[in-house]
Design a protein around this ligand. Structure first.
Ligand code: BES
Ligand code: MN
Ligand code: ZN
Length: 500
């Protein structure tokens, strides 16, 4: 879809539709008020008859409103004026998009960015509108033989901003919103692909596609033999049960000064996690195709970054493999030697993510990173702790944690900090090796982070457990979310603007 900004009065818009807000109870937003005036009370009359209360996401389509130049006016309920916050604003935009798409307006001028949203400026409102619109229009139908496309889909959306001075702000906001949305879409597509298509080699090919599309991105893929030469005994143990060869995928984006230390993004890329010999129960096991959600988040962020051409150096490192049972699979009781030299007793082959990540985290030391941020659908316990609303954030460096939390707030993609005190470390003790790969039922997301913490002492590091946020489970709404691409892209934008 095409987005643009303008600044003008509602009655002068020659458009298929203009979109204005109405608050509860039947209170016109300033723009709706203006339309009401030029139309001699046409809108307020209709509201008085009780057709629209202004409750959140109610809509009413009007045709031929007197003294206007547009074909239609879409009134959108915005709820109580004082309650209009981030989530509500995004819902209103989503409702607007579905309504326009269903009712045949192929273009529209949307005045909703003029609404007052607590603590948010025009830049935020336009950017979020772009992201919410793209979110609403997303479909994953490449495996459906019959696709149900809208008859007259919305093609062009113009956002109206209050003053001409804000036009350039709006344009930047659109560019940023589109970049984030493109990254989110890539992350969603990769996540939603079935695991028989999206295997480690597919992810490696995806990395090559990205470097073909963007000159700024350079891709290198390491094979199992290379990983063997690097002594990645932990990562390779996980990969042993699978017929699909594991890949260590590197993407380097050089936009900063040559001597500037890179931001390193690490992703868990389990294209399918059966649990291995400690096999998972059958119910819902299909959702373990999403166990590459961390990798998908890294891909999406790299794409957004390349779109935005930010002046930063960023390196992505993805550990891609399946976790499968089989005659050659690793087993409970095995003791592995990680690339760091530390030994690990495997007590459960389903705690495989940390075994892959620990070697990748050791590997990236060679880049002398400014910071390392890993993304992983690491634990079911994280879903129990935080549900689907916030990603769990762990860090060994407070400023980095704060930057990421703030980026999440700004991007409507929140994270919540969790503790990583040494007290938890004893749960990982093993009688036979330097550590065990699980820490018992209590505090499962925390002990997983503490495990990773043993491999990240040489740099500033944050870990995001995105097990609850990377996809939605269950029925019709099932699908990847593209999180935390908005958070990470915001972090990179902030870094590039020298905010930290
Ligand atoms: N990929 C899973 C974590 C997961 C499970 C994410 C369910 C989202 C939903 C991970 O590899 C795993 O299996 N973790 C185990 C760890 C346990 C064996 C210590 C878990 O959470 O059950
Ligand atoms: Mn697992
Ligand atoms: Zn897993």
């Amino acid at each position: 879809m095409e987005f643009s900004v303008k600044s003008g009065s509602p009655e002068k818009q020659r458009s298929a539709c203009i979109v204005v807000g109405v608050f509860e109870p039947r209170k016109l937003s300033p723009v709706a008020e203006q339309l009401d005036k030029v139309s001699d009370g046409y809108i307020s009359n209709i509201l008085r008859r009780g057709d629209l209360e202004g409750k959140p996401e109610q809509v009413l389509m009007l045709h031929n409103v007197p003294n206007t130049l547009c074909d239609r006016v879409l009134l959108v309920g915005c709820g109580k004026e004082r309650d209009l916050g981030d989530a509500q604003y995004r819902k209103i935009i989503a409702k607007t998009i579905t309504t326009l798409n269903d009712t045949g307006s192929m273009e529209a001028v949307c005045f909703l960015p003029e609404l007052h949203v607590k603590g948010r400026d025009t830049h935020w409102k336009v950017r979020q509108a772009v992201e919410a619109a793209q979110e609403t229009l997303y479909v994953f139908d490449q495996f459906k033989t019959k696709k149900d496309a809208a008859r007259r889909p919305l093609r062009k959306l113009v956002f109206n901003v209050p003053t001409r001075r804000e036009l350039s702000v709006g344009e930047t906001a659109i560019a940023e919103g589109l970049a984030v949305a493109t990254g989110v879409k890539l992350a969603k597509d990769l996540g939603n692909l079935p695991p028989n298509v999206c295997h480690p080699s597919y992810l490696a090919d995806e990395a090559h596609r990205l470097s073909q599309a963007y000159e700024s991105v350079k891709t290198t893929v390491y094979e199992e033999a290379d990983m063997d030469a690097l002594s990645m005994g932990s990562f390779l143990a996980v990969a042993r049960g699978s017929e699909q060869p594991a890949k260590l995928i590197l993407m380097e984006y050089k936009g900063g000064k040559p001597d500037e230390k890179p931001i390193v993004l690490v992703g868990k890329g389990l294209t399918f996690d059966s649990g291995g010999i400690s096999i998972k129960p059958g119910e819902g096991m299909d959702e373990m195709k999403y166990d590459m959600g961390g990798a998908a988040g890294v891909f999406g962020t790299m794409k957004a970054l390349a779109e935005l051409k930010l002046p930063l150096n960023v390196i992505a490192a993805i550990g891609a493999t399946e976790n499968m049972p089989g005659g050659n699979a690793y087993r409970p009781g095995d003791i592995l030697t990680s690339m760091s030299g530390q030994t690990i007793e495997v007590l459960n082959t389903d705690a495989e993510g940390r075994l892959v990540l620990c070697d990748v985290l050791t590997y990236v030391e060679r880049f002398e990173p400014d910071v390392v941020i890993d993304l992983a659908t690491l634990t079911g316990a994280c879903v129990i702790a935080l549900g689907a609303h916030a990603s769990a954030l762990y860090a060994n460096h407070n400023p980095l944690a704060h930057d990421l939390l703030n980026a999440g707030e700004a991007a409507c993609d929140r994270a919540w900090r969790m503790p990583m005190w040494d007290d938890y470390q004893e749960q990982l003790e093993s009688p036979f090796a330097d550590m065990a790969n699980i820490g018992g039922r209590a505090a499962g997301s925390i002990t997983a982070a503490c495990f990773l913490g043993r491999f990240t002492k040489k740099y500033h590091w944050a870990h995001m457990d995105i097990a609850g946020t990377a996809w939605r489970s269950g029925g019709k709404q099932k699908g990847a979310t593209g999180r935390p691409v908005p958070l990470l892209t915001q972090y990179l934008l902030d870094r590039s603007q020298g905010k930290h």
